[in-house]
Each structure stands twice: as C-alpha cells, then as structure tokens.
Design a protein around this ligand. Structure first.
Ligand code: FCB
Length: 443
C-alpha cells in the first residue's frame, strides 16, 4: 500500500463547532427550555439540563482541550435569550461572559467564529409568533447590532443564522421543533422572514464593523435520484435540492427570493450579502418520485440499503455526497467554510473513518482550487442534540453527564494529529482506520 500525505493549504483553519443552547446549560429564558418540558418532544424525555456546563465556566477546560489538540479556531454561538431576556432589556453580565469566552479563545490561539442565532428564541419573541412575525426581523437586527457592538473588537467573522432551512423544515413541516407545526404553507412566510433577517443583520454588522466577514450556515443534504434512469426521480431529486439547499444562499447571492408557490421577490439590499458560504454537511438521501407525498414535494427519501448508518440511524455515511455539495456551492462564488460536519458514534468505531474519508473529499476539493478555507468538526464534546436529546454523541470527547467528566475518544487524538500536521496521511489511516487502506491508499 502507498505511503502518502495529503497536505492542506497553508493557513487552513481547523476547528470544532458548538452552539450555545447545546453546551451552556440552563438556558431558562429560551423557547427550547419550554419545548423540552412539553411531554413527548425530546427522545427518552431527555433534558438539556446543565448540558456541558459552559455557563458555569467549563468552557475554559474545553477551550484548553481544543487548543492543545492543535485547533486554531472555534465556532460557537451566543444565546439571544440570555442577552435580551426581555424586550430591549440587555443583560450586560451575559455579554460580559461572552466577552470572557471570546478573549479565552484568542488567548489560546483560537480565532472566534460566532453564530448569532442557532435555533433558539427568547420566550417573549416566541410568544409573539417568532419567525412567523415579520417584526422579528427588526428585533433580530437590533439584537445583532447590540452584540456586534459589544463583541466586535474580539471577533470579525459572523454567521447570522444557523441552518434556517433545516429549522424551517423541523418547525413547520415535520413539527418536531418549536413551534411544532405541520403546515408547509407557513414556509412561504417563515423563510422570507428569515432571509430578510439575514439581510438586515448583514448590513447592521457591516455598519458597525466594516471589515467583518458575514455569512449563513446552511444545512446541506445530498439528494440522488433513487433510479437514475427514471426522469421523474431525477426531477424530484433536483427539486429537493432546490428547495432545501438553494433557497437561502441563492437569495443572498442574487437578491431575489425564489420559492415554489410564491412570486419571486426582489429584496432591496439582499444581493451579495454573503462574504462566505457556511456549508454544514452530514448525509445524503436517495429520492423517488411519489405522488402521494405532496407535503414532501413529491419525493420519498431513503438511505441506500447498503449505507452505513450512525448509532440511531439518523445519518448515512456518504463522503462522496460531501464532495458534490462542495462542488455545488461553488456557484455562489464566495469562499466556502465547512461550518459543520460530524458523526454520532458513542463507541467511536466509525468516526475515525468518517473523519478521514470526509477530509479526503475536502482535500480533493482544495486541490481543484475550490475556495475552501476551513473545516469545523461537529463537535468538541458530546452535547444536547435537540429533539434527539442525548441519544446522539457527536463529540471528539465523551461527556459523562453525571460527573461532567470528559474523556478523549480515539478520534480526538486523530483530529489533533490532523490539525497539528495540516494533513491526512496513510500513516493515520493505518493506525486509526486500517480498513480504509486498500481503498484510500492503494499501492
Ligand atoms: C446540525 C445542527 C447542530 C447539531 C448537528 C448535529 O444540524 O446545526 O446544532 O445539532 O446538526
């Protein structure tokens, strides 16, 4: 078998991604805190509880871990409900805690990459209709201005909204997230409101901080026709791609919101409101045309029979789908940041393979000179996974929820080698995922 080292470009950013609600604990002013307390909403009745204890100060030890493991950046989010627990009442202590965290990152040589909104709303906004209410656009803009004013000297790279596309589907199609509706028509209101909130935030940030780099992080999902020779399957796969993956980034590129069932809307100031594209990628579906599924845009999606699944069958391992998403994202003509990519695997049997095969695709992409500037593995330490509670474990470090003790999984060591050497290699594969050798490094 071949000895090989695949180097990444000099200055490539290596990090992990986290989100406030999932790691901080006790976000009692958030809509999700209420949602968790509604019976039947979270797998096994799990609660976020103290989560990873970050609000109690455990971010320090976790940032130490990230830095010692060779990472040079970290993506985290700030929690709107902490910063503005009541209308226009700003909690300066909360902002100060975030200042400490961002300083803590910088002191450890980690560049902060901050998400302003990662799925959770203050209860008072949720009660006024949340993203169904166009007033939330203005409220978001005001909040963003406040946060960037308070933290802008410590950070200049911002994600306005994390996965607004995925959130819209969960909240208004599947009904699995707040507000728990199964009413796809509402997407025609909610998605434009989110896009306009992004636009307003983009301009607000640049007004406060002209050098800022601002973008969206989008939940991308591969869609392949179940029967490639059958035109309706090809059509429906393409349609799903347009609906889920394209609406937000294309609107931010072109300035026009284009959704099926709604007249195209040109939004003043929206064109070119992404300085980079945040690409989150986890998995890929096969889609068959199915007339009985109008709510799912006539697509019946499934994983391929031979697909390797994660511990709860939520995602299928599909590195080639990742490559295709990076290729697709090039049409946006902005730098691409892999803002999330990860795998749930408590025993860490598959994860080393996941890391190496997915990073091989990133390496292929950068070798075509595609503008990929960094990679954020989801996630540093096991955390609260929304409606899936603690049933999923994406962490490089395992969390014992009783004791708050962290233990590195083998993947933590592998990822540290990758970050420190700015490369993946046959030697790493031989030691962490030898089954990959014949395919990945044939002699
Ligand atoms: C993404 C979310 C993130 C986390 C991972 C597993 O869709 O952005 O918060 O839950 O999935």
């Amino acid at each position: 078998m071949a000895d090989a080292v695949h180097y990444f470009p000099r200055g490539f950013k290596w990090g992990t991604a986290t989100a406030a609600y999932q790691v901080e604990g006790n976000n009692t002013q958030s809509d999700w805190w209420q949602w968790e307390r509604t019976p039947g909403k979270i797998a096994d009745g799990h609660k976020s509880g103290a989560a990873c204890g970050w609000w109690g100060g455990r971010w320090r030890e976790d940032f130490d871990r990230a830095a010692e493991a060779g990472q040079n950046t970290h993506r985290l989010s700030v929690e709107w409900s902490r910063i503005e627990p009541r209308p226009a009442v700003w909690d300066e202590d909360a902002l100060d805690q975030y200042r400490q965290m961002l300083k803590g990152l910088r002191e450890r040589g980690l560049d902060p990459f901050v998400t302003l909104y990662h799925f959770t709303l203050p209860i008072w906004i949720y009660e006024k209709g949340g993203w169904e209410n166009p007033e939330t656009i203005r409220l978001f803009e005001r909040y963003v201005r406040k946060v960037v004013g308070a933290l802008g000297d410590l950070c200049d790279e911002w994600v306005t909204l994390n996965e607004p596309n995925g959130m819209a589907v969960q909240g208004w199609v599947l009904g699995t997230w707040p507000p728990g509706k199964r009413d796809p028509r509402k997407l025609l209101t909610v998605m434009p409101n989110l896009i306009k909130a992004h636009c307003a935030a983009y301009h607000a940030i640049h007004a406060v901080q002209p050098t800022a780099r601002v973008g969206l992080a989008i939940y991308t999902r591969g869609f392949e026709p179940a029967r490639p020779d059958f035109a309706p399957d090809r059509w429906v796969a393409n349609l799903q791609n347009n609906i889920l993956n394209s609406v937000f980034p294309d609107a931010a590129a072109t300035g026009s919101i284009r959704m099926i069932g709604r007249r195209p809307e040109a939004v003043p100031g929206l064109a070119r409101t992404q300085d980079f594209f945040g690409l989150n990628y986890y998995t890929r579906d096969y889609v068959a045309f199915d007339l009985t599924q109008p709510a799912k845009a006539f697509g019946r999606a499934h994983f391929a029979p031979g697909d390797e699944l994660d511990n709860i069958g939520f995602n299928a391992m599909a590195p080639e789908g990742f490559f295709k998403m990076m290729r697709w994202a090039r049409h946006l003509r902005v730098p691409i940041v892999i803002s999330e990519n990860g795998w749930s695997d408590p025993a860490d049997i598959q994860r080393p393979r996941f890391l190496l095969t997915h990073l091989r695709q990133v390496w292929r992409a950068v070798n075509f000179n595609w503008p990929i500037t960094g990679y954020y593995y989801w996630t540093l330490v096991d955390n609260f996974e929304w409606e899936r509670g603690w049933t999923q474990r994406f962490g490089l470090w395992e969390l014992d929820r009783e004791t708050q003790e962290r233990k590195p999984r083998p993947s933590a060591k592998l990822y540290a080698e990758i970050c420190k050497t700015n490369s993946i290699s046959s030697d790493m594969a031989a030691r962490y995922a030898p089954e990959l050798m014949p395919k990945m490094f044939p002699g």
